[in-house]
Write a protein that binds this ligand. Structure first.
Ligand SMILES: [Zn+2]
Length: 872
């Protein structure tokens, strides 16, 4: 599964960010079942037949489970079952007693079964699910939208539309029989067996998945889609998008077949399924979901044809992530959610592997560098191991099983070497093919295939938490002709965090060239000594950034400038750019950064140089930022424009920003200019933003940017525009952004709070979540009651209630009378004060928005790497 904040378009709003949060939470494992349940039976086949009442948003179904018992004395068969009414149950053709309690359907057997006994259980049912299966239909906001029905099984939602065993630790073959309007298309797992006429002009589509899969990976999509057909090695490859979005197909899916070749070759196991279908759907609950042989994607994350030239990365990150899952996650599946990293870590790793292959090692190295820095700064993620049964906070869980786990797999590759590493992956896939795994299965596969024992590696990186925080100092001994390196591990050794034992490559360059010294660091405080033939010009600790870590390495400005100019690897140059950004008034540093911002051979270093200049926020830095506006690549230019948002009250900057907004060819740069005008509180920002709302652009990018910028402007003059664009009848994507911005303006205005509260009752997933988090941001305690009411309905996807409880708790903390700074009781109801005291929640929202910004940067990096790879 791919979480949405990884893939949102550049210039997304807080609304989208918090929406991302909600869905991100929705995507992760349910905390109450960290252990796989014990089983009474093994599912062998699931035959599902569904038809639909669109007006009622109702599903009518029949399912036949073929199963065999796993022990003697089984008296009943339990199926997970929620939001479903079962009208009949038959066992081996005879009526059976059944009852439904606590989301479990219990079907009684006529007599206790013996181990290995086979049963056919037929159930007839109907339901109006609020999760698991979703009806996307035209409404007042989007009257022309295509009709769609799609499913989302992960984590445990399949049982909202099929009474079924709903945990990953069993595998079954499946048949999906869908009766839908005659002009609809359907996509499901495996092979399409037939399409037959059905009554009332409908058609019945029969799909069969002939290799066994975990039930959360069962899926279908049905609706008014446009299909493009292709083949790869004699299997059907299809691309499907909602009607009217045909021109997104080529820019989005263009690398699919090349990726199928690449991954089949790299993983050493050919793509294992009967087809590969990719279908973009509206309002999807994630960015993508790796349903077996039939990936579902979010329509908002695919590539608009008119923006393709501005986003040459297409949707490669998303496409390659989901495709990697077809091996890691689908062919081999985690046994329980505690081992989700075996799915998500590999999918994250696979996407970067493709990036390295197609866009080059500079692009993938830069991605790892950025992910490392984001992860190392996360105080929440740091003390939690990748594998933990104590999943109290789903947010922490997610950051580790995706990004950190991807990094850990990357380190495993570095430490084993390519040949043994990929041999181990092949062995792991073959040995566990069509089975469910735990982390130890991977360690075992590595040892069996390469002889390398990785127990210590797993202990510190998978079952242990944290990563080393190094403080490094170097000294040159002129007389002894040696460089000594003092290396300290400064992370607090407590809980799951220990001292690390890691291989490090030290690089020392003198006038005669570079020498490499491999060392192993394992103690809290060590000193290493290296013979040299003269004074060192450059000393790199962990050259090329091969270990997940942070390093505090004191160097002179001259040394950093030399490193920025000459270090061969992107992470080392990016480190230097960052360090130089701390030298606020140093003109030589600003000049070096300005030079890198225009001339570094990799665009990512150009961006880092610009960010460093932005942090300097000094007069020499300002000059260099403006000079970098001549950058050819729009994504680098956009970063320069973002830095201009830091010069409040600077008339010349405001003027330049207006011109950029008017004249730049790239929508992303124009959008950045709107945001910077707002951040600068430029005197005429408000009318410019209002005007931008009247301009049509592809995917409405300019309206997105203007609505988001209005939230940053924070001025009450924008309230009426935001209220208007948040209203029913406006396109839902724009409504979500306007709602997010309403979370940040005129915090004392209770009318805004009331309006947001009224949106909590809407049927749209996106609007509800945007409103929930906007209310959290406003901190107005009058939102408590309606939020609690919404929570009670239970109509929220997994994980969201947890976040909402947290949010309500904070708002309540505010509602209680509190001692103010001067000792008197403060009255509740003052939204601005409430908001200030609501800081932990706000911090978390801001943190997530920050993460989202990073993801957008990443998007631009991928975009850039296409042309970067060609022109450098
Ligand atoms: Zn995934």
């Amino acid at each position: 599964m791919k979480l949405p904040w990884k893939n949102l378009r550049p210039r997304v709003s807080l609304a989208a960010a918090v929406l991302g949060v909600a869905v991100l939470l929705g995507a992760v494992a349910r905390a109450d079942r960290p252990y796989a349940p014990s089983r009474d039976y093994h599912l062998q086949n699931v035959r599902v037949s569904l038809h639909f009442d669109l007006e009622q948003r109702k599903v009518m179904g029949e399912v036949t489970h073929t199963l065999s018992t796993l022990r003697d004395g089984v008296t009943h068969l339990d199926f997970d079952c929620a939001e479903i009414t079962v009208s009949s149950a038959r066992v081996n053709g005879k009526d059976a007693a059944f009852d439904l309690r606590d989301d479990k359907l219990r079907v009684r057997l006529a007599q206790p079964a013996k181990s290995g006994e086979k049963f056919e259980v037929e159930l007839k049912y109907e339901g109006k699910p609020t999760s698991g299966l979703y009806f996307i239909l035209p409404d007042k906001d989007d009257p022309d939208r295509a009709k769609e029905i799609w499913t989302q099984g992960e984590a445990e939602d399949t049982h909202h539309y099929i009474p079924i065993y709903d945990y990953p630790n069993d595998r079954t073959t499946s048949e999906m029989i869908l009766t839908v309007p005659g002009d609809w298309l359907t996509v499901s797992n495996g092979r399409l067996l037939s399409v037959q006429d059905a009554p009332n002009g409908q058609k019945t589509w029969t799909w069969r998945q002939s290799l066994p899969i975990s039930t959360y990976l069962i899926s279908f999509v049905a609706g008014e889609y446009k299909e493009k057909k292709d083949t790869w090695h004699n299997i059907p490859v299809t691309y499907n998008v909602p009607r009217g979005m045909d021109d997104t197909i080529d820019p989005t899916f263009r690398h699919t077949k090349e990726m199928l070749d690449f991954f089949s070759d790299r993983f050493g196991v050919p793509y294992p399924w009967d087809q590969y279908a990719q279908t973009a759907v509206h309002d999807f609950v994630a960015s993508g979901m790796e349903n077996v042989s039939a990936t579902t994607l979010a329509a908002r994350d695919i590539v608009h044809a008119e923006l393709a030239s501005e986003r040459p990365e297409a949707a490669d990150g998303l496409i390659s992530h989901e495709m990697t899952h077809q091996w890691f996650g689908d062919l081999v599946t985690c046994k329980d959610w505690t081992n989700t990293w075996l799915n998500e870590g590999f999918a994250t790793f696979g996407a970067t592997l493709w990036e390295e292959h197609y866009y080059g090692v500079d692009a993938s190295g830069y991605r790892y560098w950025r992910e490392q820095n984001t992860w190392m700064q996360s105080r929440e993620l740091y003390p939690i191991p990748i594998v933990t049964r104590d999943i109290n906070d789903s947010v922490e869980y997610v950051g580790n099983v995706y990004d950190k786990a991807g990094w850990v797999i990357h380190m495993l590759r570095e430490q084993l070497g390519d040949e043994p590493f990929f041999r181990a992956l092949k062995h792991y896939l073959e040995a566990n093919r069509l089975q469910n795994v735990v982390s130890a299965d991977l360690a075992k596969a590595v040892e069996e295939s390469s002889g390398t024992n990785v127990d210590q590696f797993f202990d510190q990186w998978i079952y242990g938490a944290g990563a080393p925080r190094f403080v490094v100092r170097s000294a040159y001994d002129d007389a002894g002709m040696k460089v000594s390196l003092s290396v300290k591990q400064t992370q607090k050794v407590e809980g799951h965090v220990g001292l690390f034992r890691v291989p490090i490559e030290v690089s020392i360059t003198t006038s005669s060239g570079e020498k490499l010294f491999p060392i192993e660091v394992s103690k809290a405080d060590e000193t290493f000594s290296f013979p040299v033939d003269g004074p060192p010009l450059m000393v790199l600790f962990d050259k090329g950034d091969k270990i997940l870590k942070s390093v505090d390495f004191q160097k002179s400005p001259e040394d950093w400038i030399r490193q920025l100019r000459t270090a061969p690897d992107v992470p080392d140059r990016a480190d230097a750019a960052f360090a130089l950004g701390n030298l606020r008034e140093n003109e030589a540093a600003a000049n070096a950064l300005g030079d890198a911002a225009l001339h570094d051979k990799f665009w990512g270093v150009r961006e880092e140089a610009l960010r460093a200049l932005g942090r300097m926020n000094s007069s020499p830095a300002r000059k260099q930022v403006l000079a970098a506006l001549s950058n050819d690549q729009p994504w680098v230019r956009a970063v320069a424009v973002e830095q201009m948002g830091k010069y409040h009250g600077d008339e010349e900057i405001a003027k330049r920003l207006q011109n950029i907004y008017k004249d730049d060819k790239a929508y992303s740069v124009r959008s950045a200019a709107l945001q910077s005008l707002a951040l600068d509180k430029a005197p005429n920002a408000e009318p410019i933003l209002e005007k931008a709302l009247t301009i049509s652009s592809p995917d409405d990018v300019l309206r997105h940017a203007a609505l988001r910028a209005m939230g940053s402007l924070g001025d009450s003059s924008v309230v009426s525009a935001l209220l208007e664009w948040s209203s029913p009848g406006k396109p839902s994507a724009l409504r979500g952004i306007a709602i997010g911005s309403l979370g940040r303006v005129d915090l004392k205005n209770h009318d805004i709070t009331s309006r947001l509260i009224s949106y909590l009752n809407e049927s749209s997933f996106d609007i509800r979540y945007a409103s929930i988090f906007a209310l959290g941001h406003r901190g107005d305690p009058t939102a408590i009651e309606p939020l609690e009411a919404l929570l009670k309905t239970g109509q929220l996807s997994i994980g969201v209630p947890h976040a909402m409880e947290d949010l309500i708790e904070k708002l309540k903390g505010k509602a209680a009378p509190q001692k103010g700074p001067s000792g008197e009781d403060q009255k509740n109801g003052d939204a601005a004060t409430a908001s200030n005291n609501n800081q932990p929640v706000l911090d978390r929202l801001d943190h997530l928005e920050h993460q989202l910004t990073d993801m957008n940067d990443r998007l631009r990096r991928i975009e850039a790497s296409v042309s970067g790879g060609k022109s450098d």
